[in-house]
Design a protein around this ligand. Structure first.
Ligand code: PLP
Length: 410
C-alpha cells in the first residue's frame, strides 16, 4: 500500500472554489461577488493608470527592466527604501525608527507571503498561540497553522450584526492567566476594511483595544491588505499603524502589507513584512534579519522582480505617485457609489452607514440558506458567510442583483 494514501483530500478553498463553480454556471445573468478583486463598471479587471504608466516606462527602458537575474533574498534595495519610506515616513511617523535602524524588512510574495514569513519566524522562536478575529479572512488560520502555530484562538469580533469589543477584550484578559509568559501570544489585527465584515473599530475603540493588547504582552500582527480602500486616502487609512507606533512593543510589532488591492498587482505578488524591534539589545535587529533570510531562502529563495519594479516606479516617481493617489480614490469612490445605488433600490441602511461598514466587502447578513438560494436560483455568488464583494456590481447588473436580493429576503 502506498504511503501516499496518508494524503487525504483537503477541503476546497472556500472562496476560490466558488469561482470555479461560477465559471461553469450557465445562468444567463450570473454575477460573481465572491473574490476580492477590483473590477470597473464594465466588469473588467483593469490596470490602474499609474501602474500602466509605470509598466510602459519599464517596457521602454532597457536600464530599468533588462536585468532578469535573481533579486537578493529579502528583495531589492530600491523596493525596501521606497516601501519603508511610504509606510514609516509618509503613512506614519516612524522616521526615527528608520533612522535608528530598528525596522527589519522583507520584500514578500504579497500580503499572504508576509503573513507566512512572519508566522514562521514567530512560531519558531517567539510565539505558539495566535488570536484571530471571528470571523476573519479564511486563509489566516491556514497560514498560521502551516507555519508552526500550535493553537489558533478566535476572539469575538462581530456578533449579532455588530462589532463587540467588550467581549473581545474580556476574552483576551480572561485567557491571560493561563498564558505562558515566556511564549507570548500573537494577535492578528486588520488594519482597515476588515475582511469579511467591512466593519472596523473606530479610533476611539482602538484607543481602548491597544492598551489591553499592550499590557497583556500580546504581539500585534497588523495585516494591512486594503490601505486606501476605506477612505480613498492611502495616508488616512494607515491609522492603525500610526496608533501601534505610539507604543513600544517588547516582543516586536509585525506589519504585513500588500500592494495587491491598492495597486491592482494581485498576481505579481508584491508586498512586505516589516518588524519594528525593541531598541535594546542592539543585536536583536541583526539576529532577526538573519533568521528571516534563512526562512525565505528555505521556502522560495528570493522574491519575483517585475511587480516590485512596477511598485518602485509608482512609489518613487512624483507624477506616478500622484496619479496612484487619484486611482485609489477613484476605486474607493466607485465602491461607495455602488453602496448608494444599492441602497436606493433596497433601502438597507447598513449599506451606507460609513461608520458601520465600508470598503470592498458588504456583509449582507444573509444566512447560508439564502446565500444558497441566490446561487442556485439566481446565479448570484456570495461567500457562504453572506459576504458580497461589491466590486462585481456595476450599472448593468445592479437592478437584477437588487431585485434578486429583495426576492430572497422576503
Ligand atoms: N489579508 C487579508 C485580510 C486579505 O483579505 C487578503 C487578501 O484577500 C490578504 C491578507 C492577502 O492578499 P495578498 O496575498 O493577495 O496580498
Amino acid at each position: 500500500l502506498s504511503a501516499l494514501l496518508r494524503v487525504t483530500k483537503a477541503p476546497a478553498d472556500k472562496i476560490l472554489g466558488l469561482t470555479a463553480k461560477f465559471n461553469v454556471d450557465l445562468h444567463p445573468n450570473k454575477i460573481n461577488l465572491t473574490v476580492g478583486i477590483y473590477k470597473d463598471n464594465n466588469g473588467r479587471v483593469t490596470t490602474f493608470p499609474s501602474v500602466a504608466s509605470a509598466q510602459s516606462m519599464l517596457d521602454s527602458s532597457l536600464d530599468l527592466n533588462n536585468d532578469l537575474s535573481y533579486l537578493p533574498i529579502t528583495g531589492s534595495q530600491d523596493y525596501q527604501d521606497n516601501v519603508l519610506n511610504f509606510l514609516y515616513r509618509e503613512s506614519s511617523n516612524g522616521h526615527e525608527l528608520l533612522e535608528d535602524n530598528r525596522i527589519t524588512f522583507v520584500q514578500t510574495l504579497s500580503g499572504t507571503g508576509a503573513l507566512a514569513v512572519a508566522s514562521k519566524l514567530l512560531a519558531t522562536f517567539v510565539s505558539k498561540v495566535v488570536w484571530i478575529p471571528n470571523p476573519s479572512w479564511a486563509n489566516h488560520a491556514n497560514v498560521f497553522q502551516w507555519n508552526g502555530f500550535n493553537q489558533i484562538k478566535y476572539y469575538t469580533y462581530y456578533e449579532n450584526g455588530k462589532l463587540d469589543i467588550d467581549k473581545w477584550l474580556k476574552e483576551l484578559k480572561d485567557n491571560y492567566s493561563s498564558a505562558d509568559p515566556g511564549w507570548p501570544s500573537s494577535i492578528v489585527l486588520h488594519a482597515c476594511c476588515h475582511n469579511p465584515t467591512g466593519v472596523d473599530p473606530t479610533i476611539e475603540q482602538w484607543k481602548q483595544i491597544l492598551p489591553v493588547i499592550h499590557d497583556l504582552g500580546i504581539i500585534p500582527i497588523v495585516d494591512m491588505a486594503y490601505q486606501g480602500m476605506e477612505s480613498g486616502d492611502l495616508m488616512k487609512d494607515a491609522y492603525l499603524l500610526r496608533m501601534c507606533l505610539e507604543y513600544e512593543w517588547p516582543n516586536g510589532l509585525f506589519v504585513c502589507q500588500s500592494f495587491a488591492k491598492n495597486m491592482g498587482l494581485y498576481g505579481e505578488r508584491v508586498g512586505s513584512l516589516s518588524v519594528v524591534v525593541p531598541p535594546q539589545p542592539k543585536e536583536l535587529k541583526n539576529n532577526i534579519d538573519s533568521q528571516l533570510k534563512k526562512i525565505v531562502r528555505g521556502i522560495y529563495s528570493s522574491p519575483p522582480g517585475y511587480g516590485s519594479r512596477v511598485a518602485n516606479l509608482v512609489l518613487s516617481n512624483p507624477a506616478l505617485k500622484q496619479q496612484w493617489f487619484t486611482d485609489v480614490k477613484g476605486m474607493s469612490d466607485r465602491l461607495w457609489n455602488i453602496r448608494v445605488e444599492m441602497h436606493k433600490r433596497l433601502n438597507w441602511p447598513s449599506l451606507i452607514d460609513f461608520k458601520t461598514q465600508h470598503g470592498m466587502f458588504y456583509f449582507t447578513g444573509l444566512n447560508p440558506y439564502q446565500v444558497q438560494i441566490l446561487q442556485e436560483q439566481y446565479g448570484i455568488y456570495l461567500t457562504q458567510d453572506g459576504r458580497m464583494s461589491l466590486s462585481g456590481v456595476n450599472s448593468s447588473n445592479v437592478d437584477y442583483l437588487c431585485e434578486s436580493l429583495h426576492q430572497v429576503v422576503e
